[in-house]
Design a binder for this molecule. Structure first.
Ligand code: FES
Ligand code: FES
Length: 127
């Protein structure tokens, strides 16, 4: 199957690969897996005390579309509040990357990773 130019661009030049210290109170970690294929995505957000995402990093063990989806999301979340980031939909990711139907679940993984990171951050705040 042919990947779109945008997928290839993110796949060959992934943005913001890496990780932050997950024990940092300002770091949120979202780790999700895709049951369909076994791929795993880790997304981390660095959040200011005011609740704005100032930085993001990812590590994805998966297909090109999953890597491209997570790379794209790290760009999209920067500067957003947590509420704004929670509104990022997999459909927008799939549209931006022109993902074919069989690769839609890769973009769902990225949406789920954002949500998982936000949940992690909220549970940290409650401690
Ligand atoms: Fe996930 Fe292809 S099925 S890498
Ligand atoms: Fe499974 Fe892309 S995440 S094929």
């Amino acid at each position: 199957m042919a990947y779109s130019d945008k997928v290839i661009d993110h796949y060959e030049n992934p943005r913001n690969v890496g990780s932050f210290d997950k024990n940092d109170p300002n770091v949120a970690t979202g780790m999700v897996g895709a049951p369909a294929c076994g791929d795993v995505m880790k997304l981390q957000l660095k959040i200011t005390d005011e609740g704005v995402i100032e930085d993001a990093k990812f590590k994805t063990y998966g297909c090109g579309s999953a890597i491209a989806s997570s790379s794209l999301v790290t760009e999209w979340v920067k500067g957003k509040t947590l509420d704004e980031a929670a509104e990022i939909k997999n459909t927008a990711i799939a549209e931006e990357l022109a993902l074919p139907p069989v690769k839609i679940h890769c973009s769902i993984l990225a949406e789920d990773a954002i949500k998982a990171a936000i949940t992690d951050y909220k549970s940290k705040q409650e401690k």
